[in-house]
Design a protein around this ligand. Structure first.
Ligand code: SAH
Ligand code: SF4
Length: 404
């Protein structure tokens, strides 16, 4: 009898159920318009009202309906009765000496009486930018063998508002709204326009298996009259959901990162089992045809360094050969072990040699020193739910530290 291969994709255990009094934070214009309809705002007024709300919600980041001074008192009252301005609740915060901040965020559970869900969100300040790592799912649809999130069940997809809620929540913590006092602290820039200037969809989950919510959420995040983070400063990372890659370029239009991790199908089948459905050649074809790809808008290829598994110099050369003709950047990610993981991180010497081959082929700084090491070490201090995410989060930090 042959053993059944593990399922390629998981089905969610829950769907999102909005709280009785939903929050307007992070909603799209269309959703806001519907909500206004629900409280009796006539159709002809809705566009103008949405415009007003948009400004207060996503440009100013207000937390109180009474501060929406351009909205009539009567409507403010009705809004407050039916809705909230809640953000995902921050249940834990860790701040590294280099300024990296990690928040554990609580989201409502769809099942009454079940524990609320938690996702982590990480902020990395650098001299010329501040990058926020955002999650798209609680758990993940897929099961990559080196990823801790992959070993967990998929709890549910995040709706667009919760994807944006992570950005709004981070801006609150940092004082990153026009009328707020900016946070101060180690590593945080004292000047400059915004703390959160870049977004990477590299938290928990596979963004292209929550396509509509990620698309809508990123449109809210990049809207020039609101949060206003340009699409060129947003990177969506995928394990290779080929049918949605073209769609992502056409309908979302952000920068793209591909979790490649292997140069041969037999090995990639093992590391990223989705490869059995969409093998390397198809994945690279989709990259060649990614709308808008050019030397100025390169695709990032992520390659996790696994000792004795994918880190030979022959593989480095093959990586360079495979990517020929695709406007690409390469990020070598040191593997972050987690309890029970069957891999080890490549030796630093080997990472350097591998990186040299890639560098000599014309790819700039394929590997950089990871950030936020001190708070990573403290990950295990958080409670059980969090521990499940800590390896995942460590990965996110490193991946982000290398995004240029
Ligand atoms: N699901 C998406 C985005 C989230 S994962 C994707 O897979 O692309 C973000 C990046 O972290 C991916 O490149 C992923 O392969 C990598 N990663 C996952 N676990 C890791 C680990 N333990 N060490 C290093 N990188 C890891
Ligand atoms: Fe999911 Fe990405 Fe982890 Fe794979 S690497 S299991 S796609 S989060």
């Amino acid at each position: 009898m042959t053993a059944l291969a593990p399922a390629l994709e998981k089905t969610p255990l829950e769907t999102y159920v909005a709280p009785d009094k939903p929050s307007l934070v992070g909603m799209t214009r269309a959703e806001l318009s519907d909500k206004l309809g629900e409280i009796g705002v006539p159709e002809r007024e809705r566009k103008m009202r949405v415009q007003q709300l948009w400004h207060w919600l996503h440009f100013r980041g207000v937390t109180d309906f009474d501060r929406m001074t351009s909205v009539s008192k009567d409507l403010r009252g009705k809004l407050a009765q039916a809705f909230t301005l809640d953000r995902p609740e921050v249940v834990a915060e860790q701040i590294s000496s280099d300024g990296t901040r990690k928040w554990l965020l609580r989201l409502p559970s769809g099942l009454r009486g079940e524990r609320p869900h938690e996702v982590e969100c990480v902020y990395i300040p650098e001299t010329d930018r501040g990058t926020l790592c955002v999650s798209s799912q609680v758990g993940c649809t897929l099961n990559c063998s080196f990823c801790h999130t992959g070993t967990q069940r998929l709890v549910r997809n995040l709706p667009a508002a919760e994807i944006v809620g992570q950005i709004v929540g981070a801006r609150d913590r940092l004082g990153d709204w026009p009328d707020m006092e900016r946070a101060r602290g180690p590593g945080l820039p004292t000047e400059g326009e915004r703390f959160v200037s870049n977004i990477v969809m590299m938290g928990m989950g596979e963004p292209l298996y929550n396509f509509e919510a990620v698309r809508d959420g990123l449109h809210v995040a990049s809207d020039g009259e609101g949060i206003s983070i340009s699409k060129r400063r947003i990177t969506l990372s995928t394990s290779g959901v080929v049918p949605n890659i073209h769609r992502a370029g056409a309908e979302i239009g952000t920068m793209l990162a591909i979790s490649l991790h292997a140069v041969r199908d037999d090995l990639r089948d093992e590391l990223v089992p989705l490869n059995r459905k969409y093998p390397i050649a198809e994945l690279l074809d989709a990259c060649r045809n990614y709308p808008g790809v050019s030397n100025a808008r390169r695709i990032t290829f992520e390659y996790v360094m696994l000792k004795g598994v994918n880190d030979s110099l022959a593989e480095a050369k093959e990586l360079v050969r495979l990517l020929k003709g695709i406007p690409a950047k390469i990020n070598l990610i040191p593997f972050n072990p987690w309890p029970g993981s069957r891999y080890e991180c490549s030796d630093w010497e080997q990472i350097e040699k591998f990186s040299e081959v890639v560098f000599n082929a014309g790819y700039a700084s394929p590997v950089r020193t990871p950030r936020g090491r001190d708070i990573l070490a403290a990950c295990g201090q958080l409670k059980s739910e969090t521990e499940k995410l800590s390896a995942r989060e460590r990965m996110a930090l490193r991946a982000m530290a290398m995004t240029d």
